[in-house]
Design a protein around this ligand. Structure first.
Ligand code: MN
Length: 708
């Protein structure tokens, strides 16, 4: 008899002969693949995947899931690859096995209590197909059942992980049967002594309870019969061991207090009967006020539905009653997995995975319409509608981000300073561009530099509100402080050339003026001047007038020109008509809203603009200017093979970067190449031009000072 036989018996109950045969093929494949391996118990390895598949078969999972369960350790433990599985058993099975493998590879070695929740979420988020989770849970369940064969340390690690990660996931998916087994097995492994003591106490208490339990059960049944309310099941129930333990610990209840509660479950045919039965038993024993909960009208966040009430029983003992339909009872035990179980009862053909999705969506709707806990959307939604991702900091903390988030989003999620200061990043220790879209499970390290500034271009790819507003805020404050600096310079300059220079500026007059301009402070005024919205000389004139002073007649500029480096920031821009570079004679023009625009002194557009002299600012270059500046070159060149290539290599040879190039035909033999090149300064430009002149096909080369 093969290990497959007992599984086959279960499969025959709900799958076709053809499907079972296909599953058998995957069994043979897995058996062969694992033939060298043994379980710690000494049994052949194949017994584990078979047991996993059997758990899933008990929930009537589809053929692909059963096949994937049989193959679930093949990629992880043998040298067989996903591609091989795809060719042999199709894409669906291969994807499922791959999903399980990925979950297995997450290491839960060390994490703080607070992190556990994020790990749970991450597991769900990494899974596109809920069946992957079901296989993983079944895999873990069998491993927990056979845990005693491992070394104690490993047992404890797996048990803790089961309690912190897997039991809550089972709970979240409404799979209480799984959750209870996970918790009891995990608890008994982690705290064997406490488990033993508690188990014995329960046994003893059970003896004392028996009598009262029987009295209540009889009374309930009798009353329901009299009222002609049919029920399908009426059973006494007990809390599971681990939940008693938690209740004692968390709520500091004494053991006797917990065990003094008598609990029953009544399962009926339909919802109407649920409420009828409720009325009948409220008539039998008085309900405890405010203990009634209607989870039928407002389901729990994992889809659980039932009526809960507590009664004053005989001898004053509290009696807890749950009333629900068969369907609700099924969901209470198997949760999301119950949808596969239903297949045999409902019309087939419909894909069960789809139905599970529909169920989730239904539950979501209930949640939304009743406005109850959003927890479900937060947690279960992520696996079926993955719109969140979870990544690690280098310290192992988990950061939750919306899907599509980039490195910069991550930076701002960590801290605004980190976002503003980021210049590069490492994803899984490899350098990656700041615009890289992140995936769940990656470790992200942000490299910051003290002088780094948020870049307006980032707004093109960040998706989180936090990053967006962080960048905007940074740019705004930066622009403001730069404007104020420039504004202060301009005002001081105008002041030196005014009649006010010998007189004390009347503060009151100054404040009056700020008010007249509808501004709040001197800083606001300086900002407006820096942005080019207010002209410093005109402000000074108004002050002179208000203080009844006469403006000096001499127009000559007394103050030194403003020296610039090109790195002043957002209130200083270089004109794109004449492209001035360090070494060129320059002049600044104030442009409303944009601050100072730097032009070449000979720029033609200046003459064309004309205008008020107070708009022009004398400028000069700092001694040492570093950076890249753009210029336009025009090159007349003889059309022959390779002429453009020679031109490009001459420019590259002189260390010039070509940013843009276009060619226009002048006549049959000659063309004009328009080049945009970035250079450091005039000397650098001269070197480039002389390199170009050396090419024999070049007729003429000149710098263009104005676009037209
Ligand atoms: Mn396994």
């Amino acid at each position: 008899m093969s290990y497959f036989t007992p599984l086959q018996r279960d499969l025959n109950k709900y799958l076709s002969k053809r499907q079972v045969e296909k599953i058998y093929q995957s069994y043979l494949f897995a058996e062969e693949a694992h033939s060298e391996q043994k379980r710690s118990s000494g049994q052949p390895y194949i017994t584990h995947p078979v047991a996993t598949a059997k758990i899933l078969a008990s929930m009537h999972l589809d053929g692909a899931t059963i096949m994937a369960a049989l193959l679930h350790d093949v990629i992880e433990d043998t040298d067989i690859e996903k591609e091989t599985l795809r060719k042999r058993f199709g894409r669906e099975v291969a994807e499922l096995v791959d999903g399980v493998t990925k979950l297995t590879q997450i290491e839960f070695e060390s994490y703080a209590e607070a992190q556990a929740e994020n790990f749970r979420k991450m597991m769900l988020a990494m899974t596109k197909d809920i069946r992957v989770i079901l296989i993983k849970l079944s895999d873990r369940l069998h491993n927990m059942r056979t845990l005693t064969h491992l070394k104690t340390r490993k047992q404890r690690r797996i048990a803790r992980e089961t309690l912190e990660i897997y039991a809550p996931i089972a709970n979240r998916l409404g799979m209480y049967a799984f959750m209870i087994e996970f918790e009891n097995l995990g608890f008994s492994t982690l705290y064997p002594e406490r488990y033993r003591v508690l188990e014995e106490s329960i046994k003893r208490a059970r003896g004392n309870r028996k009598e009262i339990l029987a009295v209540i059960e009889k009374a309930l049944k009798l009353r329901l019969k009299k009222a002609k309310a049919p029920y399908i099941k009426l059973v006494g129930r007990e809390k599971h061991l681990y939940s008693i333990y938690c209740k004692m610990r968390r709520k500091r209840h004494r053991f006797s207090e917990i065990m003094d509660v008598y609990a029953f479950r009544i399962v009926v045919e339909n919802v109407d009967l649920c409420y009828r039965v409720l009325g009948i038993i409220h008539n039998l024993y008085k309900p405890v006020p405010e203990r009634f909960k209607d989870f039928i009208a407002i389901p729990k966040s994992n889809g659980y539905q039932s009526l809960h009430t507590t009664l004053f029983g005989p001898y004053g003992v509290p009696v807890e009653i749950q009333i629900r339909t068969v369907d609700m009872d099924q969901i209470a035990n198997s949760g999301i997995a119950s949808h596969w179980l239903y297949k045999s009862r409902k019309r087939g053909s419909h894909d069960n995975h789809l139905r599970a999705r529909e169920w989730i969506e239904e539950v979501l709707q209930i949640q939304q319409s009743t406005g109850s806990s959003l927890e479900f959307i937060e947690n279960v939604k992520v696996d079926l509608f993955p719109d969140e991702l979870y990544v690690f900091t280098p310290q192992g903390d988990i950061v939750k981000l919306p899907k599509g988030s980039t490195v910069v989003d991550f930076g701002y999620a960590v801290h605004t300073e980190v976002g503003n200061g980021c210049i590069a990043a490492k994803i899984n220790r490899r350098l990656a561009p700041l615009s890289t879209v992140l995936r769940s499970g990656q470790t992200i390290e942000i490299i910051t530099a003290p002088g780094a500034r948020a870049n307006p271009n980032w707004l093109g790819f960040v998706i989180t509100g936090r990053a967006r507003s962080g960048i905007r805020h940074f740019l705004k404050t930066q622009k403001r402080s730069q404007s104020i600096t420039l504004g202060r310079y301009l005002l001081e300059k105008a002041l030196q050339e005014s009649a006010l220079v010998q007189k004390e500026l009347n503060k009151e007059v100054g404040n009056q003026l700020i008010e007249q301009l509808n501004l709040k402070s001197l800083e606001d005024l300086l900002e407006q001047i820096g942005l080019g919205n207010q002209m410093a000389p005109l402000i000074i004139r108004r002050l002179e007038n208000q203080m009844h002073l006469k403006h000096p007649s001499s127009q000559k500029s007394l103050s030194a020109p403003l020296s610039i480096t090109g790195t002043e920031g957002m209130v200083l821009n270089f004109a794109t008509c004449c492209y001035p570079i360090p070494g060129d004679p320059i002049i600044g023009v104030l442009s409303a809203g944009h601050g100072l625009v730097v032009h070449h002194s000979n720029c033609r557009s200046l003459a064309a603009a004309g205008g008020a002299p107070e708009k022009y600012i004398q400028l000069c270059w700092e001694e040492e200017v570093e950076g890249q500046f753009r210029i336009n070159l025009r090159v007349e060149i003889y059309d022959c093979r390779g002429a453009l290539a020679r031109l490009a290599s001459a420019i590259a040879g002189a260390e010039g970067d070509i940013i843009d190039i276009s060619v226009e035909k002048k006549d049959p033999d000659y063309s004009i190449a328009n080049l945009m090149i970035s250079v450091h300064n005039r000397v650098h430009l001269a070197n480039i031009i002389s390199a170009i002149r050396k090419i024999k096909d070049v007729v003429k080369v000149w710098r263009q000072r104005s676009a037209n």
